[in-house]
Write a protein that binds this ligand. Structure first.
Ligand code: CTP
Length: 217
């Protein structure tokens, strides 16, 4: 498969030096890329903020903001068979970014945010491309409560072929407990494990769903 994997946390700049982001390390996405390469897939790794060595064998692209990542996914998606949307993408972006560093004042400061585009939603809506085989779209769900229920809602709303649910404790951590769901099967809950072990579980689960040349079952 030609697999497009996104990793890391996007940054929404407020001014020339400050940004809003999240605690994503990119470890899960990089582990997925390494695992997929080890299983002879062609990997394109699209990273936002990641402070880890990236696998040299992957085709690498780097972006900053949710909007940059959206543009890059739109450009790279047509050439892939599978998208794994592992990046922690900002849900909101700064409405008016200052071009220079904001000066402090004695007043309270209110930042106006506007919704960022949901990249995974775009991919789910566009996975059937005219004249091309349907793409396999896998998303993640980070939930503090009602893990299965909320993740299943995301899977349905975003037209996903697989969802990986985990708690927000997973963000930035070395280990995580994941739950995997495809629309036609029950949840599979795995105990906490390293992201390398989880990456192997995820890549193998995707391989089991996608038979090259036969489309998605
Ligand atoms: N995602 C995305 N674009 C965004 C936000 C999220 O593509 N602007 C993707 C993430 O990469 C992940 C999935 O959507 O694969 C779910 O992200 P999550 O943060 O769990 O949920 P949201 O859809 O953002 O909803 P909420 O934050 O309200 O739970």
């Amino acid at each position: 498969m030609r697999i497009l994997i996104t990793a890391g946390g996007t940054r929404e700049y407020i001014d020339s030096v400050r940004f809003i982001s999240n605690a994503s390390s990119g470890k899960m996405g990089v582990a997925l890329a390494r695992c997929a390469l080890g299983r002879n897939h062609h990997v394109t790794l699209l990273t936002a903020s990641v402070s880890l060595p990236l696998p040299a064998a992957a085709q690498r692209h780097q972006v900053v903001s949710a909007h940059d990542m959206y543009e890059a996914v739109k450009a790279l998606f047509p050439q892939c068979d599978c998208l794994i949307m592992c990046a922690a993408v900002s849900d909101y972006t700064v409405r008016k970014r200052a071009q220079t560093k904001l000066k402090k004042t004695k007043e309270a400061l209110t930042l106006e945010l506007e919704p960022a585009v949901d990249i995974l939603q775009w991919a789910g809506n566009n996975k059937r491309m005219r004249g091309k085989q349907q793409k396999f779209v896998c998303g993640f769900a980070l939930e503090d409560a009602n893990l299965h229920k909320n993740a299943e809602k995301k899977m349905a709303e975003k037209h996903l072929d697989m969802i990986i649910a985990n708690s927000s404790a997973a963000i930035g951590a070395d280990t995580s407990a994941i739950s995997v769901k495809v629309p036609s099967l029950a949840w599979r809950d795995y105990p906490a494990a390293t992201k390398t072990i989880n990456a192997r579980r995820i890549v193998r689960a995707i391989e089991a769903c996608v038979r090259p040349g036969e489309g998605i079952e």
